[in-house]
Design a protein around this ligand. Structure first.
Ligand code: ADP
Ligand code: ASP
Ligand code: MG
Length: 454
């Protein structure tokens, strides 16, 4: 069996869905388990509806919901046209779209909304897309079974940012996939969503469909996991910012995880962990250009040393924690990091001096509580509007000229922090936020375009 995950752009409209179905059709012999995201931007709209409900703007929420419904009904209409030779029978799917939207409407009309209700609303995007694609595939003559991901991906109770319960997932997913395959040529399920042990809806966090694919792949011992997206595999940098990026044939699980953890949106940061556990190869492929060979993500020994790609985080904060008490004492670091842990704030980069510790955190994290508690035993300074650029690759320590390339690119910029991890997988610098794109482009030029690194 193979797992094929299709992201938002790969299921954005009828044309994209038709392309996606053709890709799957070519692989039926490998028994595909499709994992799909919501149609592009739909999850954002669902978050918007929740905000509007909270702001008591019911009328605006209704408008967004109506537009969402119309978009999905429109996709069905367009699909009927492209598959006209098979005939259409869309009452059932149109009713399902209406029913999913009706559930959301209840909340607009005043039903109480707890965290698990928010998860229910947001998961509608994946329910809609997967239902429509299952309908279209069957219409095309591919016997496809729609499977509810909540039967497979069991999570903890952190409804909007849930962690899967691995001991439950393995056996459940295998059983569900095997039985659902009976009498079918393909099965389709939703990425991003799961359920708690009590059966309440939960979500794996933004971009979590990649993670779902890998979790299901691990559970069913898939031969491979394919992440179909809108780029020709993993590139030497985000092509939305840098022109002339290069394609990467191979990356290691560790390199890909580091790249994603340090900001590259192409994969969810937790994606590689389950695949790596079972040594399942992960391929990043382009649904708009399916003949491109994309990127294979494999074990460490299958991959050459050297710089592979650049990542960035475009809005971070630098927190400096200063205390004279740190000098010649033990336990200060523990106190600092326990404070971060107590407030569930995760730290990216770290550097220290005799009397201070400096860390970076993503700006989206709420650090007010951490700062209040740290201030009880140290002087805390927070620098906002900073950005991080990271160079990722196996054994960076052997890449001659790397620092020269970085410093040449930052000659006109301030570097607030510089950090290299001791597994030599990443070298990161922190610069002013408005300069991030220029620095990223220059580093890319120096490393990948001018050929100064060897
Ligand atoms: P999907 O909806 O398929 O999950 P995403 O938008 O989450 O797709 O991820 C794909 C996007 O990731 C690309 O369009 C690209 O802009 C971005 N990206 C960031 N870094 C990289 C990189 N190194 N290589 C390829 N794409 C990258
Ligand atoms: N639809 C979800 C999101 O937009 C999950 C995903 O696409 O991976 O975050
Ligand atoms: Mg994604």
């Amino acid at each position: 069996m193979i797992v094929m995950k299709f992201g938002g752009t790969s299921v954005a409209d009828a044309a994209a869905i038709t392309r996606t179905i053709s890709i799957v059709e070519g692989k039926l012999a490998q028994k595909p388990v499709m994992v799909v995201s919501a149609c592009s931007k739909v999850t954002d709209c669902l978050y918007k509806i929740i905000s509007l409900i909270e702001e008591k703007k019911a009328e605006e929420a209704t408008q967004v919901l109506e537009a969402l419904k119309a978009r999905h009904v429109g996709i069905v209409t367009d699909l009927n046209e492209s598959f006209v030779e098979v005939g259409d029978n869309d009452e059932e799917i149109t009713a399902k779209i209406a029913q999913i939207c009706e559930v959301i409407n209840d909340y607009i009309l005043g039903k109480a909304m707890e965290a698990c209700d928010k998860a229910l609303i947001i998961s509608s995007g994946e329910y809609l897309s997967s239902s429509i694609i299952a309908y279209a595939m069957n219409m095309r003559g591919i016997k496809t079974n729609w499977v509810d991901a909540r039967r497979m991906v069991i999570t903890d109770d952190d409804y909007l940012q849930a962690a899967p319960l691995m001991n439950q997932l393995g056996a459940k997913a295998k059983k569900v996939v095997t039985s659902s395959y009976e009498g079918h040529e393909a099965i389709i399920t939703q990425g991003f969503i799961g359920a708690t042990e009590k059966g309440l809806p939960s979500l794996l966090g933004r971009g979590g469909s990649d993670y779902s694919a890998s979790l299901i792949g691990m559970a069913i011992d898939a031969d491979r996991i394919e992440i179909w997206t809108d780029v020709d595999g993993v590139r030497s940098a985000d092509p939305r910012i840098v022109k002339n990026t290069k394609g990467l044939h191979k990356l290691s699980y560790e390199e890909a995880t580091e790249m994603a953890r340090f900001g590259a949106k192409v994969l969810h940061p937790l994606t590689l962990e389950p695949a790596q556990q079972k040594n399942i190869p992960v391929y990043v492929l382009n649904s708009m250009n399916p003949t491109n060979e994309g990127t294979a993500i494999l074990c460490r020994s299958c991959v050459f040393d050297g710089i592979k790609t650049l990542s960035y985080k475009e809005n971070i904060r630098v927190i400096n924690i200063y205390s004279m008490k740190m000098i010649n004492t033990v336990g200060f670091m523990e106190k600092v990091f326990t404070t971060f842990a107590d407030h569930k704030v995760s730290v990216d980069l770290l550097s220290s001096s005799e009397a201070s510790i400096t860390v970076t955190v993503e700006a989206s994290q709420d650090v007010a509580g951490v700062i209040a508690d740290l201030s009880k035993f140290s002087d805390v300074k927070v620098d906002r509007d900073k950005a991080q650029v990271s160079i990722i690759g196996k054994n960076l320590i052997g890449a001659r000229g790397l620092l020269a390339a970085v410093f040449a690119a930052t000659i006109d910029s301030k570097i607030y922090m510089i950090s290299q991890d001791t597994t030599y997988l990443n070298l990161s610098i922190v610069v002013d936020r408005p300069e991030m794109a220029v620095v990223l482009k220059k580093i890319h030029q120096n490393i990948f375009e001018n050929g100064n690194i060897y």
